[in-house]
Design a protein around this ligand. Structure first.
Ligand code: AMP
Ligand code: ZN
Length: 478
């Protein structure tokens, strides 16, 4: 069955067919972090969404080249360097390291390439030179270079492929130097920003004079260098549709004359407790803030993966508590299967209903709610199938059940290769707790139930429960 995705370019759900004639290789570019602060939970929604896309393409047998840039030169960064009175590299390095650590905490697969803008200045300059040579860019009096929307449109090119724009409102000759602007102020945008006094020592030499690149050109230069003039997928949050992605298309197609990206995917925004995140409202969370509150990366990942990527997601602390409960249900089911499967290795059955229902859901523009419904239906069915009194069974029946359990685990692992929530590894039981459990078993043997109950209470106080199972007592961390 084929994967269908909503393409912002066509504003419709389309069958996904990679540019590779063999249909195997996929080039995917995701706009990465601007490293001027710790990434917040909204940013993480978008990066976890990109990870879901990549993992699902790999699940479907594609070989994905996943590129995520690091924006380490941009207006907000310059301001941050100035305020922190430090060097550019020191300033951005701190946040880049934190970002990569957080990426691991959320169990996102590491992008194959993570190009930094500051390491691609020659590629950026040569792209600007191409745009100048093609007549769609011009040099302003201060030495900055701008992209000319009028000239670009004059060549029959389409500016506004992702978003309908009203050009009648646009005043000829207007230009914008800052990297971020609203669609009401559509204007010629900066490709190269001439050195300004506030830039301090952050500048590079270029044929146009000393200065630094604009934000938009960075992504065009790095994505095309690694993935070629035309590639399959480009992702980001919905706020990047305009101007960032619109400008990327204009710069790239303006320079090469070829279609830039086949499918544009945009993730909807995350709100916190129904509101836009802001420091003054006290609802601004970085991943680290949530970890400090005692939540884990997998709980946060799970929650971020519960909503469809094109729907605004309302993040709440209550939701995170719900994630904990939901994960505990999955963990319990999977650890029972592990116990039953023992040393057996399972095989993924071609007609496995968990895997087929899961894939059918994600094929439909990544319908994650239906995919989770398939997972929880499987948990319910598996719990019903699992029989804790299986020690009464014949040896043949027990062996068969162990094999079925192993096959069920193989199906779960296949599905989890996309979800990436893993399963909590069994916690190691400290020697002191084992000694308590042994003393309790001894007390039970001598029918000293008062003592065995007292030990059970003591274990509970230490954070452990003990459950008598057919295979003997089992310790569990509360
Ligand atoms: P930035 O570091 O600001 O360049 O943003 C990194 C990514 O996070 C971009 O793809 C943004 O679109 C995305 N993003 C920013 N804020 C939010 C939010 N509240 N919800 C979802 N994605 C966001
Ligand atoms: Zn970008």
């Amino acid at each position: 069955m084929g994967l269908k995705l909503f393409n912002t370019l066509s504003r419709s759900v389309q069958e996904f067919a990679p540019l590779d004639p063999a249909g195997k290789n996929v080039g995917m570019y995701c706009c990465g972090p601007t490293v001027y602060d710790f990434a917040h939970i909204g940013n993480w929604r978008t990066f976890v969404f990109a990870d879901l896309v990549r993992r699902y393409l790999e699940f479907k047998g594609h070989t994905v080249t996943h590129v995520m840039n690091i924006t380490d030169i941009e207006d907000k960064i310059i301001k941050g360097v100035r305020e922190a009175k430090t060097t550019l590299r020191e300033f951005t390095g701190k946040y880049e390291t934190a970002f990569l650590e957080d990426l691991k905490t959320l169990n996102c697969r590491e992008p194959h390439q993570k190009p930094r803008a500051t390491e691609h200045i020659p590629e950026i300059i040569s792209l600007i030179e191409k745009l100048l040579a093609r007549g769609v860019a011009y040099k302003a009096a201060d030495g900055s270079v701008y992209f000319s929307i009028e000239k670009y449109r004059g060549c029959g090119c389409n500016y506004g492929q992702l978003l309908k724009l009203n050009f009648d409102e646009m005043r000829a000759g207007e230009r914008v130097k800052s990297d971020e602007y609203a669609k009401e102020s559509v204007a010629d945008f900066a490709l190269w920003k001439a050195l300004a006094p506030e830039d301090g020592d952050i500048f590079w030499p270029s044929p146009f004079g000393e200065g630094r690149p604009g934000w938009h050109i960075e992504c065009s230069a790095m994505s095309m260098k690694i993935l070629g003039a035309s590639f399959d997928l480009h992702l980001g949050g919905e706020d990047l549709i305009f101007p960032h992605h619109e400008d990327e298309i204009a710069q790239s197609e303006g320079a090469t004359g070829k279609p830039f990206v086949k499918y544009w995917l945009h993730g909807a925004f995350l709100l916190v407790e129904g509101k836009k995140m802001s420091k003054s409202l006290g609802n601004f969370f970085t991943l680290r803030d949530l970890l400090a509150k005692g939540f884990t990366g997998r709980e946060i990942r799970y929650l971020l993966l519960t909503a469809h990527y094109r729907e605004t997601f309302n993040f709440t602390i209550e939701g995170l508590q719900g994630a904990r409960t939901a994960l505990a249900r999955i963990d319990e089911c999977v650890s029972k299967l592990r116990e039953l499967a023992g040393q057996n290795t399972g095989q993924l059955q071609t007609d496995d209903s968990l895997v087929s229902k899961f894939a059918a859901a994600l094929d439909e523009d990544l319908n994650i709610s239906r995919a989770w419904a398939a997972v929880f239906e499987w948990v319910r069915e598996t719990n019903l199938w699992y029989n804790p009194h299986s020690h009464d069974e014949t040896l043949v029946a027990r062996v068969t059940r162990a094999k079925v359990a192993a096959n069920k685990l193989a199906a779960w692992e296949k599905v989890d290769s996309v979800l990436g929530i893993g399963v909590k590894t069994e916690v190691e039981v400290p020697a002191e707790i084992i000694a308590f459990a042994n003393a309790r078993a001894e007390a039970k043997k001598t029918r000293d139930f008062k003592k065995s109950d007292a030990i059970r209470d003591e274990l509970k106080a230490k954070g452990w429960t003990i459950e008598d199972t057919p295979k003997g007592p089992k310790l569990k961390k509360i």
